[in-house]
Design a protein around this ligand. Structure first.
Ligand code: HSE
Length: 432
């Protein structure tokens, strides 16, 4: 009978360091709650001296993965080095050698999860990944376990803190995109290369994971339609506010029996009384609709040392309980459904479009005709003076992405349209 669960930690940076500190600080309670003591034996990192200085002499520090994966004492490998490689290979080898694995790595789970989960199942070990989506928010475990009796109909999430911080600042302080991006970088929220955040890729990885879990099929990263917030201007946020909406970068995943699954990341307008519209700053939130639970929202910090460590430590404790009960490997990814993706013509939403126009007779008629030619019905049309230029803002009734794209192509070549400035979907059921 084991008297402790032994952990090998890969990475002692922001999150890894947080895991060490949480396991030290709350050790006695964690042992009580897990029913067994949990100890870190070895820590993998590049700067051994720095690790010794920060975490003391309690641990064996190593630069060699083999020291950890080939150590028969180690039960759980915790991967916190990030990025795709060599993290994926480390996880795979650990599973193949019968180690349980905890990871916070959304890049690996979104891209290689469908390869790794069968390996974990084959070897009867756990692969846990709560921290890979929205850091400290418990959402993986609820989808995998607590809510798994539901048919999940949809998930809408603010799953990227950097962009939520930026959009909140643009909204509250009427600042321009470039100014808020610079501030987000200075505060350390946005990466020095913020492309994955502002371009929507970080959110798309998280939505690939969440939608796969929610709909029990492998939704690949390439299946997620992605648009970032680069084209959203302070003026769009102002117009949205005037119309009663907040602008958010939303991950939206839906499933219907008739059409199958869809997943996308797009800037979206939400009625200001929607629970997600009140989630501001670096906070993340996930809003789930299920046939039994109704609506539920999960809110918290999606990144940062201790929020992310909270999820990692929770996963280690779940594995510790499973080890104690001789029941590892009981909870897989559960993608038992054939992938069936909603065709683009069935993915519809009302849409906001702002275009810069030449203010002359017939402009509006030409624009209306372009929409009519693609059977796009208009709900609101507003002409605005924008710093000496003329903008026309249109909100359509529900339109398929295919029809909208064709209407936009026609608009782009109209002599009266200078350019299409911004396109934002409107998630307002009262308009559908
Ligand atoms: N860069 C992410 C965010 C955190 O801004 O939310 C890690 O996924």
């Amino acid at each position: 009978m084991k008297d402790k669960v032994v952990v090998g930690l890969l990475g002692a940076g922001t999150v890894g360091g947080g895991v060490i500190k949480v396991l030290e600080k709350n050790a006695a309670d964690i042992a009580q709650k897990a029913g067994i003591e949990i100890v870190i034996a070895k820590v993998l990192g590049l700067d051994i001296e720095a690790m010794q200085k920060e975490f003391g002499d309690k641990y064996i520090y190593t630069k060699s993965f083999a020291d950890i994966v080939d150590d028969p004492e180690i039960d759980v490998v915790v991967e916190l080095i990030g990025r795709e490689h060599p993290a994926k290979e480390f996880i795979q080898e650990a599973l193949e050698k019968g180690k349980n694995v905890v990871t916070a790595n959304k890049d690996v789970i979104a891209k290689f999860g469908k390869e790794l989960f069968p390996i974990a199942a084959k070897h009867g070990v756990d692969l846990m990944f709560e921290a890979s989506v929205c850091g400290g928010i418990p959402i993986i475990e609820p989808l995998r376990n607590v809510m798994s009796g539901n048919k999940i109909k949809s998930i809408m999430g603010i799953v990227n803190g950097t962009t939520n911080y930026m959009l909140s600042k643009m909204s509250d302080e009427h600042l321009d995109y470039d100014a808020v991006l610079k501030e987000a970088q200075e505060k350390g929220y946005a990466e020095s290369d913020p492309t994955a955040d502002v371009g929507g890729l970080d959110a798309a990885r998280k939505m690939a994971i969440l939608s796969s879990l929610a709909f029990n099929m492998n939704i690949d990263l390439d299946d997620v339609y992605v648009e970032g917030i680069e084209s959203v201007d302070a003026v769009d946020i102002k117009y949205a506010q005037d119309l009663g909406y907040a602008v958010k970068l939303l991950g939206i995943a839906k499933y219907t029996d008739s059409f199958g699954a869809s997943a996308r990341v797009t800037p979206a307008m939400l009625p200001i009384d929607h629970p997600l519209a009140t989630v501001n700053g670096v906070y993340n939130a996930v809003f789930v609709k299920g046939d039994a639970i109704g609506e539920a929202m999960f809110l918290g910090l999606g990144a940062g040392r201790f929020p992310t460590a909270s999820s990692v430590v929770g996963d280690i404790m779940s594995i510790a309980r499973n080890i104690k009960a001789g029941a590892t490997g009981r909870l897989g990814m559960c993608s038992y459904r054939e992938k069936r993706l909603c065709p683009p013509e069935a993915m519809t939403s009302p849409t906001y479009i702002r275009m810069r126009v030449v203010d002359k007779p017939g402009a509006l008629a030409a624009i209306a005709a372009a929409f009519a030619a693609q059977s796009v019905s208009l709900r609101n049309v507003i002409q605005k003076d924008n710093k000496g230029n003329t903008d026309i803002v249109v909100i359509t009734h529900s339109v398929s992405r295919a029809n909208l794209q064709m209407a936009i192509q026609i608009l782009e070549v109209l002599p009266v349209v200078d350019r299409i400035c911004c396109v934002i979907s409107v998630e307002d059921r009262s308009l559908e």
